[in-house]
Design a protein around this ligand. Structure first.
Ligand SMILES: [Zn+2]
Ligand SMILES: [Zn+2]
Length: 257
């Protein structure tokens, strides 16, 4: 059964949540221009184009795509945006996943546990990968010519001047992007509010079946605690309005799975 396209949701002033029940990506309207945070799946192209078109815009108006990591459910429209003129940003540790294509993700950021162990316990755990395949997640082409960073920094060239916060663990190059002026913090899969493998709802780390190094991911939560209050906008699951410290607290309590 194909999932219906999910309605675009306004999750903060100037921030729209795109994607569907399984996968989030976001359009940020900063005063200097449009930014995508993550790039969904290739099958989300129509939704993104329709949303942009409501205000008479196209992918050519997107100045930058900020990728939280290299997993293919977050990079699907990066090539589309790049072809239209956007800069693609990613941590240099995850750039090889983009360059080598979606199927290289398991090689560059091998998960700690096989996904099958989750599916055997809970067959609906397979819905996420199936959804990814249906929306072209495993067949997107490689993306090269990207802009990279390797440490915490402010991206002055990007509308909204977001702060990059490295949060290694889920993948080696996982990061968050903090837009202080908008009061939003995009955590990608370093901290999510829904986990497809376990079915957990609420702030948590992604299960070991999709995480490269959960000990590192857990340690990265400490860095989130030092950030100011902001709405947490994760790669999977709904917005969490109560700020990063409350989110990491719940994630630690839930623990590693
Ligand atoms: Zn991921
Ligand atoms: Zn993800």
């Amino acid at each position: 059964m194909a999932k219906r396209p999910h309605q675009v949701e306004h999750v903060a002033p100037g921030v729209a949540r795109l994607g569907d029940e399984s996968v989030n990506f976001y359009l940020v309207e900063a005063p200097e221009g449009l930014v995508l945070v993550d790039a969904g799946l290739p099958g989300h192209r129509g939704q993104a184009e329709a949303h942009l078109a409501r205000d008479g815009r196209t992918f050519a108006d997107v100045k930058a795509v900020l990728l939280t990591h290299g997993h293919p459910d977050h990079t699907g429209l990066a090539a589309t945006a790049q072809d239209a003129g956007a800069d693609i940003w990613i941590h240099e540790a995850d750039a090889p996943i983009l360059a080598d294509g979606p199927r290289s993700a398991m090689r560059h950021a091998k998960p700690e546990r096989p996904m099958i162990s989750y599916v055997l316990r809970r067959p609906s755990a397979f819905a996420g990968p199936l959804h990814m395949a249906r929306l072209g997640g495993f067949t997107a082409g490689p993306v090269t010519g990207v802009r990279t960073f390797d440490a915490e920094q402010r991206l002055d060239a990007v509308p909204g001047r977001p702060q990059v916060v490295p949060l290694p663990g889920h993948t080696p190059g996982a990061v968050a992007y903090h837009f202080p002026d908008l009061g939003v913090l995009f955590t990608g899969d370093a901290l999510v509010t829904r986990d497809g493998l376990t079915g957990h709802k609420g702030p948590c780390l992604v299960a070991r079946g999709f995480t490269h190094d959960t000990a590192a991911a857990l340690a990265s939560l400490d860095r989130l605690d030092t950030l100011p209050a902001a709405t947490v906008l994760p790669g999977h699951g709904p917005a969490f309005p109560d700020g990063p410290t409350a989110a990491t607290d719940q994630a630690r309590k839930y623990g590693l799975h």
